[in-house]
Design a protein around this ligand. Structure first.
Ligand code: CA
Length: 240
């Protein structure tokens, strides 16, 4: 199994070393950043499974770091655990409000922190980006509302199965990016779905059929690779 990667953003060197030592002992790969700017930069350009974020940092503080992570598609679903000092309860509430997943207060027990990390990682694996899953998306004449499970094609509601809905939603949220069938599958099956056809092509065909002649070409076949969504595709020639 691939080792999970933790980014620790913390300016106090003794805490940083304590965390690094214990996380490595637990089998995680660990990167560290001692200020917020660098932390945001790392989180956006490297692949992590979870971020431990100190609140009081030189330069931009932990709350601003969290805000920036959440506002960038490259890091918007990255799990964040805030590490705060006692007496920062107001900050904790703000942090949770802007999308932090959990928090621990200093002085923390390493055992407890490791347990929190495991919980957050497990949740992230089963939800695969639940936070962004609930935001409506509108592109290329297609409007999709995850909360109401509703798809409007040029203003007309169209009924989608859960698998079709998830597939279209995932592609729309990552417009322009090509995904292989293997990459798409977990986002279509998701959690809580008992029976779905594991053949992505079948779902794509159904999605296109429901989008109709004027909108089906937004779901583009990239030969030999997979599928992507384009709100302004070059032409119909890519339809597969
Ligand atoms: Ca600090």
């Amino acid at each position: 199994m691939k080792r999970e990667r933790v980014l620790v953003i913390e300016d106090e060197s003794d805490i940083l070393e304590l965390l690094r030592f214990n996380l490595k002992k637990e089998g995680y790969e660990v990167d560290t950043a001692t200020d917020g700017e660098r932390g945001v930069d790392f989180a956006r350009t490297r692949a992590y499974d979870v971020v431990l974020l100190d609140l009081m940092l030189p330069g931009i503080d932990g709350l601003e770091v969290c805000r920036r992570l959440r506002s960038d598609p490259r890091s918007e679903t990255l799990p964040v655990i805030m590490v705060t000092s006692k007496g920062e309860e107001a900050d904790i509430l703000v942090g949770l409000g802007i999308g932090a997943d959990d928090y621990v207060t200093k002085p923390f027990s390493v055992k407890e922190l490791l347990a929190r990390i495991r919980v957050v990682l497990r949740r992230a694996r089963t939800q695969s980006g639940n936070r962004t899953d609930r935001r409506p998306v509108a592109r290329g004449g297609i409007e999709l509302d995850p909360v109401r499970h509703q798809v409007d094609v040029d203003g007309v509601p169209v009924l989608f199965t859960l698998a079709e809905f998830r597939l279209l939603h995932f592609l729309m949220r990552h417009e322009g990016r090509v995904f292989s069938r293997t990459e798409l599958l977990p986002h279509v099956v998701g959690d809580g779905v008992v029976v779905v056809d594991r053949n992505i092509d079948v779902h794509v065909r159904n999605v296109r059929k429901k989008l109709g002649d004027t909108r089906m070409h937004h779901v583009v076949t990239v030969r030999g690779v997979g599928y992507k969504f384009e709100s302004a595709p070059v032409g119909m020639s890519n339809l597969g």
